[in-house]
Structures are given as structure tokens and as C-alpha cells.
Design a protein around this ligand. Sequence first.
Ligand SMILES: [Zn+2]
Length: 142
Amino acid sequence: MLGLGIGRFRRSPMAPRTIACPYCGKELAIVPEAVSIPCSKCSRRVELEDLEVVEKISRDLMTGASVLVRVGAMVKGNIHAAEITILGSVQGNLKASRLIHLAATARVNGAIEAPRLEMEEGALVVGRLTITNKARKVRGKR
Ligand SMILES: [Zn+2]
């Protein structure tokens, strides 16, 4: 159980077959039944559950799946996940391997890093935005 203010969590019905390790970025193959897997590169345990934050919490959230911060909820800590959706407040850094979505009610005080960022009008960010280019490297003759 992940507990501590995380109201509930669920499995994605259509979970992807690979995820990026939220600690080191290594691509990991996952089986549908797995709840967590060890990273083959950094050996840390990667959670595969979606997290939904519904109140004020002070901790880092690390998952290979998604994180949703509800309206009125606040996270004091860093969030690393595949997809991050913010409707509430975050004091910390956001790093997503796929997508960050900031709703109009989002308030973020920290650095944001993702290959894709969606931001609704009204969302507030105080911090640095880094849109990473995750295009595959193509080897060519020099
Ligand atoms: Zn790792």
C-alpha cells in the first residue's frame, strides 16, 4: 500500500508494454499483471500503479505509470512518472517520460521536464520548462 494521503490508486486498463524507469530513464518491458518491477539498470523497484493525490502530502512520487493531482490537493515533493496531470498544487519538480498536463487550476512551483507539455490557460508555473526531444537517434555514415 502506498498510503499517506494518496486517496486511491488503480491499474491502467490499457497499460503500455514498456515504461521508462522514473529514477534513471531506462526503458523497461512490463507484463500486464506486474504491480512493480526491478529496474535492470539502477536496480530500484519501479511501481507500475497510477497514483491519485487527493489531499496535502509531503513526499516524492515515483511511478512508471501516471500521477494525477486533484483540485485542492498539494504535493510538496518531486514527481517522476510517465504521465503527470496537475489540477492542484505542486511545490517540487515534475519530470515525465511522456506527457505533463497542467489544467487551468494547476499551480506549480518548480522545474518541469517532459517531451510533451499541455498547458491550459490559467495554469501557473514558476520555474524552468524543459521540453525534451525524445526522438530516436539515427546512426548514419560520417
Ligand atoms: Zn532505473
